[in-house]
Design a protein around this ligand. Sequence first.
Ligand code: UD1
Length: 415
Amino acid sequence: MNKFKIIGPSKIEGEIKISGSKNSALPILFSSLLTKEDIKIKNIPNIKDIDITLKLFKKIGVLIKKKKPLILNNQNIKNINLPYKLINKIRASIWLIGPMLIKFKKVKIYTPGGCNIGKRPINLHLYGLKKLGAKIKLKNNFIKIKIKNKKLIPNTIKLPQVSVGATITIIIVATLISGITTIKNSAIEPEIIDTINFLNTLGANIKHKNNTIIISGVKKLHGGIYKIIPDRIETGTYLIGSLISKGKIICYNTNPNLLRYVLKKLKVSGAEIKTGNDFIKLNMHKRPKAINIKTLPYPNFPTDLQPQFTVLNILAKGKSIITENIFPNRFNHVKELIKMGAKIKIKNNQIICKGIQKIFGTTIYAKDLRSAASLIIAACVAYGTTIIKDINFIYRGYENIEKKLNNLGIKIYKI
Ligand code: UD1
């Protein structure tokens, strides 16, 4: 495993181009398996999770005609048992079930892996599939899925809990089921809307209003060209990093509308923020004010920025409470930040911070993607040298992070 050496404190300051969204690119790639015609996808981020997905795609027979922009053809896909080692690498591999079930009427697959941020059940995916007529056998970590009575059926599905992944699973399957499927209490993250827009570009008929998604099944999808939305989590990470370093940053190729709630919180913390169609400019000249947040489904505060906001709060003026409602054990970063001098307590699903003026470099460990991001921005503003071990997690979701931070004035080295 690689390590990062970061020498601080430095300001995260300058201009940066934001990459395409990881959490859009993944469901869009998996839903592209529904068509036999060529698909061209622009703005795919160059990250590990996409590499793994494309490896998985090659195994099932997807033809990758071009890498940048990505051009795929899925007409010759095969229904093979994929190795656990590959399936287990990304949670998104669960989205293979939908296209495989539609095409081959049955699927056998290992349950997926993903980031180590606590329990990651798949019961809601399976609940949705059952409601659409699938028959499911689950043994240890292996799932066998068939179509009951040889026909998938449209349905009205009320999700007992909001889930991004399960919403995508249902959308993928229902797109090609004749009749109307309605998902109530659906997730409405921008990445879900992006996937819907992508499928509609290919001829699907999917509408959404508030927390309801209505899918009118079509017979087949055609090919198309689509551009993925900017990564709001990458944008947020650099904005928070710049804010805690009392820096000035302009994020280009982004979309401020996707970060409204987050920008509101950054303003309360003391940042000056200006936005345009595709940029966000942040300027911070004082110590931040502590912020209370509660992670909840979109349009509320995203759990994927919780670890980065924890770093803001450990350095802020005042005491704060972060309530983690999505992944109640998403605290991998906390122990490491304490090693850097932070004053943090965990109580149930809450992170309670007492802000201090300075943190200090030491040796710390990354344990999942977003905690790695939070430790990197902490190291940039820490006094002295920080060694972050097991840093490979960061490559799952952040394109060219060393180069981007280097351009923003950070002394960061891979060792
Ligand atoms: C997606 C994102 C991830 C983000 C998360 C929440 C991708 C590739 N990943 O993950 O970055 O942190 O949304 O915004 O898009 N749950 C169940 N049963 C299920 C499915 C989920 O109980 O079958 C629970 C989860 O444990 C969690 C909550 O529902 O507590 C929300 O999870 P979900 O929205 O499904 O997250 P993911 O799709 O895995």
